[in-house]
Ligand binder design. Sequence first.
Ligand code: C5P
Length: 239
Amino acid sequence: MEPADRIIVALDGMGVERALAMVDTIPDLRWVKVGLELFSAVGPAVVAQLRQRGLRVFLDLKFHDIPATMAGACRSAAALGAELMTVHACAGSAGLQQALAGAAAGAEQAGLSEPPQLLAVTVLTSWDEARLQQQLLLGLPLPVYVRHLAALAADAGIGGCVCSPQELPALRACYPEPFALVTPGIRPAAAAVDDQARVMTPSEAVQAGASRLVIGRPITTAVEPAAAFARCCAELGSL
Ligand code: C5P
């Protein structure tokens, strides 16, 4: 995979005008991530606007609901033409299977050649083991629970997970390519860590098994986003 295909720029913390203006300054950009913030502010049209620019879209809406609603939401979202979409693994087998069926139906109804790839979110990195125990009464060690949820998703037919850089080696050992491991929490060596607690550089993450990297602020808040993007590509290109 070429370096530019591995980097998904997260369009957080900005309105649609700034997001579109920013992506227009990065000529080699191939992938962008639309999350709940931008999607809730401006709606599905942003996906079409990005696709019109030739960009591939990761629609990160993290669906988690009853199976019928998972199916309907994925049907509608798949028709937008996003190529990656997220669902929560803890929706369970039936919900995940319905999500896959809905995504396939939505893509077909929209005349798209392929359905989007669904990625399962295991445990959000904002949780830690102590709070999982206190608030959700979940007594398992976090890595064990993450691996359990990844297995639940994989068994349901989901083709990949979103995971933290720290989870990459264990998940990649269980799930070889082409199972997708998409990871945020990426910081080029010289970049600010922001609010990310545990980070890896782009090359460390790919070497640890990441298929694609989600990178937001190190690129979007850079004085020259195109140069920051190019530096990430160059780092991956030298692997
Ligand atoms: O700006 P930054 O590179 O930290 O952005 C990372 C992106 O990945 C954001 O869209 C954030 O919501 C998302 N994300 C994350 N950690 C997770 C899951 C998603 O940072 N565990």
